[in-house]
Design a protein around this ligand. Sequence first.
Ligand code: ATP
Ligand code: MG
Length: 180
Amino acid sequence: MFLKKIYVNGFKSFAEKTEIVIEKGITAIVGPNGSGKSNISDAIKWVLGEQSAKSLRGGKMDDIIFAGTEKRMPLGYAEVNLVFDNQTGIIPIEYNEVSIKRKLYKTGESEYYINKQQCRLKDIKELFMDTGIGRDGYSFIGQGRVEDILSPNSETRREVFEEAAGIVKYKTRKEEAIRK
Ligand code: ATP
Ligand code: MG
């Protein structure tokens, strides 16, 4: 399983529909300061359910919508679509390719999709739980995450291992059941 395409449209500095193709193996993103490298990782985090504007380096959520430049009008929405190769079946869904999309309108409305079917954010989160992919998954090592892995706090370290062991799904369901 690997991420093979990222579509960004109206997300931060990506004013136009942009397709980023990722080959299997190692991909490095290079470019001058301010050219949008970190915006790509923000886009991935955002689709996977990031709800904190601060984690996306903004003040409020709609800061992620292209705000316009001297030459370009601002846009009314942002959308990001990730396409995963799922031939190994690690993502628990009967498709060789899994596409997830998040769209946010300036009005505050947001939409989520799995393989073009509208769904809830919860469905996306559940789908990726225990795959290592996700806002808190171990495949996303941002600043601070390295510290979690090295943390002297055993609970924090344990969370990383629980995701890798594939038991987060069951733990979350148990917690939800207890709360009900
Ligand atoms: P560095 O090498 O300094 O880390 P970078 O390539 O990671 O740079 P980013 O932080 O991804 O750069 O991109 C910053 C750029 O994105 C800035 O020019 C900023 O103006 C632009 N940007 C961020 N949000 C928006 C928005 N909502 N609308 C338009 N442009 C935006
Ligand atoms: Mg950067």
